[in-house]
Design a protein around this ligand. Structure first.
Ligand code: DAH
Length: 338
């Protein structure tokens, strides 16, 4: 009897050790434990055929064997499953050098925009975040361009309806800041503006601007000039010269167009500046009394100056790019150079 049990146990241990997958495992389980025809279960059934006095010892030994078989099978099944999971998992060679990641970087226009904002923040200005979808009132009317004003034609506009449009410039910062603040006011706003322009080397229907406004008692053109000089030297280089020419913008009086000395030939004259030595860079002026009044500034001692500039235009000059479309094509061969 003992012999039967130890033979059974030995053959089970061999079979169990040979199991490599869940299919073999099932076969071994059935071979020993199947209700019908399992070797262990079958042997237990023989209990009744034994002489009475042998039954308890045999029964105990067989039950112990059955528990042993069940425990072993459980353990084996865990091992087999773990092995199968490992085989499915791809091999990872942890000693291999890593794959280099290409870190992204800020777009050159966005970087310049941040640089410009930084210059103004360092001079104590507020940076206002203003809507690209703007009311006609803020983009035109309150800037002294009533309906049918001819100056509106110069900025061919995307309208949503009669009163709502995509802003054509950032000059709405003048109205927004004066409506909500008391002088002294020092504010700028930067961002995208939209015009129904062709998309060619020098135009884009979407581009970037910065607009600046300063309002307080006793400001005059001298303050405007001084600030422009500081700003342009910081954005371009300390050797840059500038000049103001009379210019017309409905929201300023007097208005000026501002040139910088050509950054390509230092003012000597070249193809880029059409031999003039100067490059037009921005529009500026003293805030028109009507604009001050419409935005609620009624104290006659308080005056303001404002100016606006294309950020893409600065980028084109600063980086020597000859086609504005390059900034918006998202071609990494171009963008990676910055
Ligand atoms: N808004 C004008 C444009 O987009 C630029 C400009 C001119 C802004 C004169 C100003 C200014 O603040 O005073 O062409």
């Amino acid at each position: 009897m003992r012999e039967t049990i130890s033979r059974l146990r030995q053959s089970f241990e061999e079979d169990c050790a040979a199991v490599t997958g869940s299919e073999d495992w099932k076969a071994v389980r059935d071979k020993y434990l199947a209700r019908e025809g399992g070797l262990v279960t079958g042997a237990l059934k023989k209990l009744r055929e034994l002489p009475k006095e042998e039954r308890p010892a045999f029964g105990q030994a067989m039950n112990a064997l059955r528990e042993f078989v069940e425990d072993r099978l459980d353990a084996r099944l865990q091992a087999v499953k773990a092995g199968e999971r490992d085989r499915k998992r791809p091999f990872v060679d942890v000693t291999r050098p890593g794959v280099p990641l290409a870190p992204g970087s800020a777009h050159p226009i966005k970087r310049l925009q941040a640089e410009i904002e930084e210059i103004f923040v360092s001079m104590g200005f507020e940076v206002l975040d203003l809507p690209e979808i703007e009311r006609d009132y803020y983009n035109f009317e309150a800037l002294n361009m009533p309906p049918n004003h001819p100056a509106r034609d110069a900025q061919d506009t995307f309208y949503f309806d009669d009163a709502t449009l995509l802003r054509t410039h950032c000059s709405s910062v003048q109205v927004h800041s004066m409506e909500t603040r008391k002088p002294p006011i020092r504010a700028i706003s930067t961002g995208k503006v939209y015009r129904r322009d062709p998309f060619d080397a020098t135009h884009s229907p979407m581009f970037y601007q910065v607009d600046v406004i300063v309002v307080e008692e006793g400001l005059h053109m001298g303050h405007l000039k001084g600030m422009l000089d500081v700003f342009l030297k910081r954005v371009f280089h300390p050797g840059i010269k500038m000049r103001l020419r009379p210019g017309f913008f409905p929201f300023v009086e007097p208005g000026a167009e501002v040139d910088i000395s050509c950054i390509f030939c230092s003012g000597k004259g070249c193809a880029k500046c059409k031999q003039s030595g100067w490059i037009e860079i921005l529009g500026a002026g003293m805030v028109h009394p009507r604009v001050l009044e419409m935005s609620g500034i009624r104290d006659p001692r308080v005056t303001g100056f404002a100016w606006g500039m294309g950020i893409d235009r600065v980028a084109i000059l600063k980086y020597g790019v000859d086609d504005i479309r390059l900034f918006f094509d998202n071609d990494l061969r171009f963008l990676n150079q910055f």
